[in-house]
Design a protein. Structure first.
Length: 552
């Protein structure tokens, strides 16, 4: 064994090698360094941040120490009851318990290591606050704003969202200002001033502060380095083969490799293999090709939750691109506003349009065995002129001329004909929905009943902030596509984020976190930031555990 170790040629060496620079990877690196290990971070793109950087940047942490600041109590038992129900049997109880037990400690560690001024979002409810153990707010945490000038030359390497990357408002401010329901009253001058000064928000703010902490520790991510294959000796992962600008790199990891490279939603073959091809419009950066998943599979990792994703409806503006691929915009709020509905090609509603984006998508995939088809695909967002006069539609502000990419009809019949919807079905659906809107109660899908629904509605619209009749022509339609902010199936891990073999034993030297692993949340989505909260928690556990191992 010693003979072969001496003969192998390594280009680089470190104690803990982290693959990926999103929330999971950056926290893993910080935790490993804090525990005394040398650390190296690989990022295959030219920018740092992964999916985390283009997200809302919110972190979901039950029983966090900031909840008391906003007068909301929480307990381990409540969080467990809530998360286990939402997991729907698809998440492992021990990992759910680990998340709930370890996330508060992770939060305190990150706040200290990266000086992030997290604040609890008092009015941002869990995604099912009406369920036992759900909360009206407090579990989701806002990372605030970040002055990217603090990164020095690394400022240009911070990934920003192609959608809200030019704005600079915290999640708290966005909520208080009514960014969805009252967009014309935003302080545009202030936002422009902040942007010109280099301030970033949401996921970029979270990543920027984590990156700054790493740089302060003299850990500079290696950019443009794609991890390809794990190197194994006597059953233990001791490093990996990577590529940089066409050159091979063999990197030794004396204590462990942490896979934190995101999901596989942009890999058409893997999507077809595990998700049946139903994800057609992912919302994440195009680099999420399943690199970590493929490496884990190659060394015999056990897999779980492979048919699940963090679902999100997508809409498209023709011609928009991000890193050479079509830009798909997640719809988080348009469908929740009054004067809008979602229908299938029969013109029928089939879901509560204001439901959280993960659970909203599930009825899209319903299967009808007699016709052998998915009756809710394709689906369309239908709205009227009253919507366009009051609310923003993607890049279109209230009162602006409707764009060419938005299908228009002077009547519902004309609109239906143009997009291929059954006109009689649409007319009947709109008539029924209008009665509900007038009464303020959606008798079919309970839209507006949940506190979560109302959070994304228009509080100035009575009697129901989510219901508004479609009566003012012209009418408009926009196709809603199956999307995801990331897959949530992958390697099964231990409570210390060690990757498990199919037989159930850990693979020595291999760890994983984030969307590379089988998500503890199972099929559910507990609240805003649960994706990042889980990723950071298991990244923290991975980095800390790996740093404590004996070097190979």
């Amino acid at each position: 064994m010693d003979f072969f170790k001496k003969k192998r040629q390594w280009d680089k060496e470190t104690d803990v090698l982290v693959v990926g620079s999103g929330g999971a990877g950056l926290v893993a690196a910080l935790a490993a360094r804090d525990a005394g290990a040398s650390v190296m971070v690989l990022e295959k793109s030219a920018v740092v941040g992964g999916t985390t950087a283009v997200s809302g940047g919110v972190v979901w942490v039950p029983t966090n120490h900031h909840m008391a600041d906003v007068g909301i109590s929480d307990s381990r038992d409540e969080a467990l009851l809530y998360m286990k129900r939402l997991a729907d049997g698809r998440g492992e109880d021990k990992l759910i318990e680990t998340y709930i037990d370890q996330a508060p400690g992770m939060l305190r560690f990150v706040e200290k290591a990266a000086s992030i001024p997290f604040t609890a979002l008092a009015r941002y409810p869990d995604y099912h606050p009406e369920f036992p153990g759900g909360k009206p707010g407090g579990r989701s945490l806002d990372p605030g704003l970040f002055d990217s000038n603090e990164l020095g030359d690394w400022k240009k390497h911070l990934r920003k969202s192609p959608i809200f990357g030019m704005t600079a408002m915290s999640v708290t401010e966005a909520t208080d200002w009514g960014v969805f329901s009252n967009p014309l009253k935003l302080p545009f001058k202030l936002l422009a001033e902040r942007y010109s000064k280099g301030f970033v928000c949401y996921g970029a703010a979270l990543v920027g502060q984590l990156l700054k902490a790493l740089l302060d520790q003299q850990i500079a991510p290696l950019l443009g380095v794609a991890a390809r294959d794990l190197i194994v000796e006597e059953g233990r992962v001791i490093g990996l083969r990577a590529e940089q600008a066409g050159r091979e790199l063999h990197i030794r990891a004396k204590k462990g490799v942490v896979l934190a490279s995101g999901g596989f939603e942009w890999n058409a073959r893997l999507v077809q293999q595990f998700l049946g091809g139903i994800v057609t419009h992912p919302n994440s950066p195009p680099g999420n090709d399943g690199d970590g998943l493929k490496m884990a599979m190659s060394v015999g990792a056990d897999l779980g939750n492979m048919n699940e994703a963090w679902w999100c409806p997508s809409v498209v503006i023709p011609g928009e691109e991000y890193e050479g691929r079509q830009l798909n915009r997640g719809d988080f709020a348009i469908r929740s506003m009054p004067h809008s509905i979602i229908v299938n090609r029969r013109g029928m509603r089939f879901v509560n349009e204001a439901q959280n984006y993960n659970d909203l998508m599930k009825p899209f995939f319903a299967f009808e065995p007699n016709a052998y088809e998915r009756p809710n695909l394709p689906a369309y967002l239908v709205l009227d002129q009253a919507f366009l006069e009051k609310y923003a539609l993607l890049t279109v502000m209230p009162g602006q001329k409707p764009p060419d990419w938005l299908t228009r009809g002077d009547t519902l019949e004309e609109l239906a004909r143009k997009v291929g919807i059954d006109s009689k079905g649409l007319a009947a659906t709109v008539a029924r929905f209008n009665r509900f809107a007038d009464e303020g109660v959606d008798q079919d899908f309970r839209r507006g009943d949940s506190l979560y629904d109302r959070f994304y509605g228009d509080p100035q619209h009575p009697p129901n902030p989510n219901l508004g009749a479609l009566r003012k022509p012209p009418y408009y339609a926009l196709e809603v596509h199956p999307g995801t902010i990331g897959t949530k199936g992958g390697a099964r891990v231990t409570v210390d984020a060690q990757v498990l073999r199919a037989g159930g034993e850990p693979i020595p030297g291999l760890y994983a976190a984030g969307n590379v692993i089988a998500a503890p949340a199972g099929s559910g989505y507990p609240g805003a930031g649960a994706t990042i909260g889980s990723a950071m928690t298991f990244g923290y556990l991975a980095g800390r555990h790996a740093a404590q191992q004996k070097p190979t």
